[in-house]
Design a protein around this ligand. Structure first.
Ligand SMILES: [Zn+2]
Length: 257
C-alpha cells in the first residue's frame, strides 16, 4: 500500500479512537466524518491511479530534459495497430504498447513488429474484463501471469511494465505485481481518444503535457484514420513545443534494465 493509503488509514483510525473516548454526540459526528473520509479516499483510490492509494504507480517520468513518452493500450488491434506503427516509424517515435494477452495470441506478428521497430511491450492483463479489478489471489495472479506468458509466446519478450485496465487498482494488485516482477505504470495525461475528434485530442493533450509526462492513448478501439490524424498532429505539436518523444523505459530511467 502507498504512503497515501497508509496515512489515510492512520488518520481515520485516530479519528475513530478520539470519537470513542468522547462522551458527547460529537463522537457520532466524528465517526461519520471518519467513515465518509475513508470511503471517499477508497473510491478515489480505486478510480484514479494517480491517487496512488493501493500501489505506487509510475505516472510521470524523470524531468529536466523536456522528454515525454507515448503509451498505447488495448492492442494489438488488426485494424489500427499497423497504421499506428507506420505513423510512428515515419516520424521516428518510439512507443510503449500495453497489450492485452488474448489479443497478443491472435496477432503475434504485430508484437514482433513492435519489437523490431524499437517499441516497448507491456502487460495489460490477459482478458481486460470489466471485473478484473475485483480479482484477488490466484485469479488475479493468473490474469497477470497468462498475459506475461501470451506476450512471451508471441514475441519472445518478458514485459517489465504493467498497466491495469482503466488504471483501476485494488489492495491485492501490489503483491501480485511484485511477485511477477512488474512495475505499475499510470499516466499524467489521459487523451480520452475514444470520445473526441483528433483536433480536440491534440489540443487538450498538448496543452496539458509537461516535462516528464506519460501520455495514455489507445491503439485498440480507435479507427485507423483517427489514429493517424491524432498521432501526426500530436507528434508535430509536441516537437514544436520543444518536447522530445522518448520510450517509456528511458523516461523512467530504466532503459538499461
Ligand atoms: Zn485498457
Amino acid at each position: 500500500m502507498s504512503h497515501f493509503g497508509i496515512a489515510t488509514i492512520i488518520a481515520v483510525v485516530t479519528l475513530v479512537a478520539v470519537g470513542i473516548f468522547l462522551k458527547s454526540p460529537v463522537r457520532w459526528l466524528l465517526g461519520g466524518f471518519a467513515l465518509a473520509t475513508y470511503l471517499i479516499a477508497l473510491g478515489l483510490g480505486v478510480a484514479f491511479i494517480r491517487m496512488q492509494f493501493f500501489c505506487s504507480a509510475a505516472c510521470r517520468g524523470k524531468t529536466g530534459r523536456m522528454r515525454v513518452a507515448l503509451t498505447f493500450d488495448d492492442g494489438p488491434d488488426p485494424a489500427t495497430t499497423p497504421a499506428l506503427l507506420d505513423t510512428l516509424r515515419k516520424h521516428d517515435v518510439p512507443g510503449a504498447f500495453f497489450c492485452i494477452g488474448e489479443r497478443a495470441l491472435e496477432r503475434p506478428d504485430l508484437l514482433i513488429r513492435m519489437l523490431d521497430e524499437g517499441h516497448l511491450i507491456g502487460n495489460h492483463t490477459f482478458k481486460h474484463a470489466w471485473w478484473t479489478n475485483l480479482l484477488f489471489g490466484a485469479a488475479l495472479r493468473n490474469e497477470i501471469g497468462r498475459a506475461q506468458e501470451a506476450i512471451h509466446n508471441a514475441a519472445n519478450v518478458v514485459p517489465k511494465y504493467f498497466r491495469s485496465p482503466m488504471g483501476l487498482t485494488n489492495p491485492h494488485l501490489n503483491g501480485a505485481l511484485n511477485e511477477a516482477g512488474l512495475i505499475l505504470v499510470g499516466w499524467d495525461i489521459r487523451a480520452f481518444d475514444r470520445r473526441r475528434t483528433p483536433a480536440r485530442i491534440i489540443a487538450r493533450t498538448v496543452k496539458n503535457t509537461r516535462d516528464g509526462s506519460i501520455i495514455a492513448l489507445h491503439d485498440g478501439g480507435v479507427s485507423a484514420s483517427d489514429m493517424i490524424a491524432t498521432m501526426t498532429g500530436m507528434i508535430a505539436e509536441l516537437r514544436a513545443r520543444g518536447f522530445s518523444l522518448v520510450r517509456l523505459d528511458e523516461l523512467l530511467g530504466n532503459s538499461q534494465s
